[in-house]
Design a protein around this ligand. Structure first.
Ligand code: ZLV
Ligand code: CA
Ligand code: ZN
Length: 393
């Protein structure tokens, strides 16, 4: 009815699991799997599923998770039970096993199922990109970039991105990982620290003492030892509060443009954490749906096979806006989309602001003061260009 048709000459696959969305981290926890339901319902109300191949993500099995995570960690993750009385402060128990059960990574009902479904969706996406059934594969339930080999971290238990990239490496010589979540993509950087087959690039709010996880300085570019293949293959773009669409777009294009020129990736893995949007409950940036989506549009234009992952995003209505818009960009139907949210959209009132009609683009909320001087933005680009002189593929 909206005239959204399959894009000519290429294919998009969409991987979700409605069971995943039913899990709860706890009343006060900012991570709300329900945002995935809200996103999908908006994508559906625009008629986008007609233009792509939709798959129910299967749960990843032990063997698949074990391709990165240790047996010990997975065994424990599969058997721990939610605490009958929730602990609210880490200080009550400073030595959590595998960092599980604290307030960032609580134990909840069905935790293992939730993790294996998130990983399953991203692995399915990677396989579709590998066997050329998808040019773009979307896994909004993935993007959990902080999880370590044998440790949970920052709301992430299983690193679905690492698992998906490992899959891509079976069919593509070089993979570029890009991370536009407001937090540093430390888990993915760490996993591929010593290889020159993956370049990681994270844009994030950086304040070592006051903002999680505190890593990702401009000068942290991989192993310091030049003999290590991974040297120079980690790109970090540390930012301050309040960065705007224009600055971000310029930075993104300059940095990614140079990386593509020197590293010459054969596939892209793009983590689209929506906590970099203005008005996010945990975020600090001022990005609009437009600016966030511009990153996806830029990558799509490169014409390389690509996976889109979700990630952070703590103001569910804005998460749904961004990921719907980015699904539309993937389907090349941006121009056919009515920016007023369709009448029949479930929870439509959620998107209404003041007396205005509910809009796909408009994010309400006080703009944060921009603490990123243009001079610093230029220095960052300068540093990245110098770093990439060491990279030639
Ligand atoms: O978006 O948390 O600051 C991908 C992602 O990148 C911390 N955690 C750590 C360091 C010491 N703790 C504090 C413990 C926090 C307790 C629970 C919250 C509860 C309510 C509101 C906010 C938070 C919170 N936690 C805000 N920031 C944190 C970070 C973790 C951020 C993870 C981002 C995940 C999905
Ligand atoms: Ca990031
Ligand atoms: Zn985040």
């Amino acid at each position: 009815e909206y005239g959204i048709v399959r894009p000519k000459g290429y294919n998009v696959t969409f991987h979700t699991n409605p069971e995943m969305e039913k899990h709860h981290f706890g009343q006060t926890h900012p991570m709300k799997p329900w945002r995935l339901t809200l996103s999908k319902s908006l994508i559906m109300s625009y008629g986008m599923p007609f233009a792509m191949d939709n798959y129910i993500a299967r749960a990843a099995n032990f063997e698949e998770l074990n391709n990165y995570h240790t047996q010990d960690y997975l065994d424990y993750l599969g058997t721990v039970l939610p605490e009958p009385v929730p602990r609210d402060v880490e200080s009550a128990n400073p030595d959590l096993k595998f960092n599980l059960g604290g307030s960032d990574c609580p134990l909840f009902e069905g935790l293992y199922d939730y993790c294996s479904m998130s990983a399953g969706g991203s692995l399915d996406a990677a396989r579709k990109v590998c066997n050329r059934e998808a040019d773009i594969a979307i896994s909004w339930g993935g993007g959990l970039h902080h999880a370590k080999k044998a440790e949970a971290s920052g709301f992430c238990y299983i690193n679905d991105i690492v698992l998906a990239i490992l899959q891509l490496l079976r069919c593509y010589p070089r993979v570029l990982y890009i991370d536009i979540d407001v937090h540093h993509g430390d888990g993915v950087e760490e996993a591929f620290f010593s290889t020159d087959r993956v370049m990681t690039c994270s844009f994030h709010k950086y304040d070592p003492c006051n903002f999680f996880p505190g890593t990702g300085a401009l000068e942290d570019n991989g192993p310091k030892n030049e003999m290590n293949a991974g040297a120079h293959h980690a790109v970090n773009v540390p930012l301050n509060d309040g960065i705007t669409d224009d600055q971000y777009a310029w930075l993104f294009d300059s940095v990614i443009g140079k990386i593509v020129e020197t590293f010459r990736p054969s596939a892209i893995a793009l983590q689209c954490g929506a906590d970099s949007l203005a008005g996010d409950r945990l975020g600090r940036f001022n990005l609009q749906v437009q600016g966030h989506g511009q990153c996806v549009a830029y990558c799509k234009k490169l014409g390389l096979p690509m996976i889109l992952f979700g990630g952070g995003g703590y103001t569910p209505r804005n998460v749904a806006r961004a990921w719907s818009w980015e699904t539309a960009i993937s389907l090349q139907c941006e121009d056919k989309i009515d920016k007023t949210i369709p009448e029949h959209t479930p929870w439509r009132e959620h998107f209404r602001q003041e007396e205005l009609l509910p809009s796909l683009e408009q994010i309400l909320g006080e703009a944060r003061p921009n603490k990123n001087p243009q001079k610093r933005i230029q220095e960052i680009v300068q540093h990245v260009h110098e770093q990439l002189r060491f990279v030639q593929h």
